[in-house]
Design a protein. Sequence first.
Length: 149
Amino acid sequence: METIASFEVDHTVLKPGIYLSRVDHGVRTYDIRVTVPNKEFLPNPAMHTVEHLFAVHARNGAMGDHIIYFGPMGCRTGFYLLTLGMTDGEAVDLIRETFAFIASYEGAVPGTSEKECGNYREHDLVAAKEIVARYSDVIRDWTADRIFY
């Protein structure tokens, strides 16, 4: 079996940040690395809440039509954002702005009823806000020219 591109990234030196993971047929996949791999892992309830808030906020914004997918990494060290027709700078700005939105969010988390979500009981807004606030400090001055591994 051939090794896939994401397994070729050296996780022993990878730091939190925003990286362009791959480009397939115009779809750009961004690695939103929130923690240092193999050192710290994100709790599932917080990741789930970030996923809901990011998806709702970003898809309802000006770049909503360019978002293909946003979701957690299986290794629980960050998230993937897939876009189409969005520049790297626009993606970085969207991530920064959406994480700032989540860090200051108050109220009910959208899409968390039994009807709307397959795991509606597993959410943690307090932890989600702490995670994105800390990460927002990391990416405050991040620019599109820094997105390459």
